[in-house]
Design a protein around this ligand. Structure first.
Ligand SMILES: *[C@@H]1O[C@H](CO)[C@@H](O)[C@H](O)[C@H]1NC(C)=O
Ligand SMILES: *[C@@H]1O[C@H](CO)[C@@H](O)[C@H](O)[C@H]1NC(C)=O
Ligand SMILES: *[C@@H]1O[C@H](CO)[C@@H](O)[C@H](O)[C@H]1NC(C)=O
Ligand SMILES: *[C@@H]1O[C@H](CO)[C@@H](O)[C@H](O)[C@H]1NC(C)=O
Ligand SMILES: *[C@@H]1O[C@H](CO)[C@@H](O)[C@H](O)[C@H]1NC(C)=O
Length: 476
């Protein structure tokens, strides 16, 4: 990690922690875009600006000019079109009022139709043809004000300018004096038409981008049950090397009438940001996971009947003959099952070495003797630790059982040997439940992409109640 990255990550930590101190419940997901991320955004923006710019028509230019030996001539340049712009180098620099982008050494290709007419006391002359112009050493600069308004990111053109160093004109046909006439009388007009038209068009492009920002949804749907509040709550904060902003980031239950997009659920990974300069950092507070946990809990019946174990003997009262004699005496040779119910939303904490989820549950021991008879109930707290990883836009992970605590709630069959039950439950969880969960987690969840761009080479840092995903962005 270079020193620039380090500062970037510190800033990211600061923005995501300060928001909690100040507002208590805002801004649980923060985004930081580093210099390399801004470079990518700038290149994309320049490319899309050029393709929306071209072909660019300039207003017609007309002049009555006095040409030596010819006299007064009416000349018209029409159909003036910039058909190509090349940008050879560009820089991006975030600053206090916004992000400045300068494209320099740009060239443009331009074509126009020329025509002229003049009359002497005897004749009327006119001619027309085409010409091409190479615009050289063009500099286009703009400062984009970046701010948030009612929870949306906004962009406004603060300063925009275009400067043309020189142009070279090539005429097809025409009289010999014409070339010099066009150079003498139209060069400045062509240059200022190019400068003004490009400046105005760049402002249009920024306004278009701004309206795109405004059309970003303030809520992102995940599956058909949850929405994530994407309202901007913090920033954008601009330092000299990065742009940071935070969104509310909490999950809520979807309104029944809302339609759904299909996105993955955020968990996360791997190693720390060791690689040099990642483009983006995304910090996700554990409250985000807990809000998702609450939505999931409220919309899914979290209940399992376990009646199949690797050691199937334990699913018959006979297997417990010597351990719980009363059970076998009352229900000799009957099938048994366990009814596990999750009582409250799993509590998720991000610790330095991973994600820890604590699940509160009741385990009811049933005997199946024609009918289902509840014989005992155990309160059980399961702690699982998990890791996540992101590879090719898939978020995948795994969990393992890290701690199990059990206590007897009630029993119709006398005292239970809690140690024995605990090791039985531990086996049930490790061999039945964890593999099922891991099977799903290993397949993973696709991460949303943005206009074909997604995370690449992501790594994840855990700690301080949040995870930070450090990643590059690339075309998926
Ligand atoms: C989304 O978050 C913002 C900022 O925290 C909050 O004001 C707004 O009420 C939230 N929207 C919903 C639908 O919860
Ligand atoms: C732009 O670049 C292409 C490819 O390098 C070149 O063929 C073309 O002449 C350039 N156009 C201008 C206007 O400089
Ligand atoms: C399992 O337990 C839950 C909660 O006590 C109960 O609602 C459900 O009916 C039970 N299911 C079976 C099959 O015993
Ligand atoms: C769980 O995931 C972590 C990180 O992706 C990995 O290092 C570990 O080997 C995985 N464990 C299992 C049992 O798959
Ligand atoms: C991701 O990592 C691979 C291997 O280290 C590298 O070849 C590739 O360029 C990286 N991708 C990006 C977008 O940095």
């Amino acid at each position: 990690m270079g020193p620039k990255d380090f500062i970037f990550l510190i800033l990211l930590f600061l923005i995501s922690s300060s928001t909690q101190v100040e507002s208590g419940q805002n801004g649980f997901i923060s985004f930081g875009i580093s210099q390399t991320g801004l470079e990518l955004a700038k290149d994309l923006m320049i490319n899309s600006a050029i393709s929306s710019l071209i072909p660019l028509e300039l207003p017609q230019i007309e002049q009555k000019v006095q040409i030596p030996l010819v006299g007064k001539v009416r000349m018209v340049l029409s159909n003036i079109v910039i058909y190509q712009v090349n940008v050879s180098s560009s820089v991006v620099q975030p600053g206090e009022i916004g992000v400045t982008i300068v494209a320099s050494g740009a060239t443009a290709g331009l074509s126009f139709d020329w025509s002229y007419s003049y009359s002497t006391w005897l004749f009327e002359f006119s001619d027309s043809g085409v010409a091409s112009v190479q615009v050289e050493g063009m500099e286009i600069g703009m400062t984009l004000g970046l701010y948030s308004q009612q929870g949306t990111l906004r962009l406004s053109p603060q300063e925009c300018g275009c400067y043309v160093n020189y142009i070279s004109i090539k005429l097809d046909g025409g009289a010999s004096w014409l070339y010099q006439g066009i150079v003498d009388f139209f060069e400045d007009d062509i240059i200022s038409a190019v400068e003004n038209t490009i400046t105005n068009k760049v402002i249009d492009v920024v306004m278009e981008l701004d309206s795109k920002f405004q059309s970003f949804p303030k809520e992102i749907t995940f599956g058909d049950t949850a929405i994530l509040n994407a309202t901007i709550t913090d920033g954008p904060i601009m330092s000299s090397t990065s742009v940071l902003f935070g969104i509310d980031g909490l999950f809520a239950q979807i309104d029944s009438e809302m339609t759904s997009g299909s996105y993955g659920i955020s968990l996360s990974s791997d190693s720390s940001c060791k690689n040099p300069e990642k483009m983006v950092g995304i910090s996700v507070h554990e409250k985000v996971f807990n809000s998702a946990s609450l939505v999931y809990f409220n919309t899914n019946k979290m209940n399992w009947i376990v009646d199949n174990l690797p050691n199937q003997k334990l699913m018959n009262t006979a297997g417990w003959r010597y351990i719980i004699p009363k059970l076998y005496k009352e229900f000799p040779n009957d099938e048994m099952n366990l009814n596990i119910t999750i009582l409250s939303p799993p509590i998720i904490q991000i610790e330095n070495d991973g994600i820890v989820a604590a699940v509160n549950s009741d385990v009811v021991i049933n005997v199946v003797d024609g009918e289902v008879i509840q014989v005992a109930c155990i309160s059980m707290v399961v702690e699982a630790s998990g890791f996540a990883g992101i590879s090719s836009s898939i978020l995948a992970g795994n969990i393992s059982l890290s701690k199990l605590t059990m206590s007897l709630k009630w029993s119709k069959i006398g005292t239970l040997h809690m140690n024995l039950l605990q090791s039985l439950m531990s086996t049930v969880i490790k061999t039945v439940i964890v593999p099922v969960v891991n099977l799903r987690l290993r397949i993973g969840y696709p991460l949303p992409d943005f206009h074909g761009y997604g995370l690449q080479n992501a790594s994840i840092i855990y700690g301080d109640s949040k995870i930070i995903v450090c990643s590059d962005i690339a075309h998926a």
